[in-house]
Design a protein around this ligand. Structure first.
Ligand SMILES: [Zn+2]
Ligand SMILES: [Zn+2]
Length: 61
């Protein structure tokens, strides 16, 4: 038996405010520039906060 977690390194954080959004109703989409998966929490989505891609630095609404 292995004790390793099934989702290793799959931490999901809101790119705008940085909170852990695991289990939250967050929006996940791909960066239009590089395709990296970006997640944003419902609160930031409501406030239309800007997001910044952690990979390429692309910024969008
Ligand atoms: Zn957020
Ligand atoms: Zn990107």
């Amino acid at each position: 038996m292995s004790e390793s977690e099934p989702e290793s390194g799959q931490e999901r954080q809101c790119v705008s405010c940085g909170i852990n959004i695991r289990g939250m109703s967050a929006a996940t989409f791909a960066c239009p520039d590089c395709g990296t998966e970006i997640s944003r929490c419902a609160r930031c989505r409501k406030q239309s906060n800007l997001y910044e891609c952690p990979d390429c630095g692309f910024r969008g609404p």
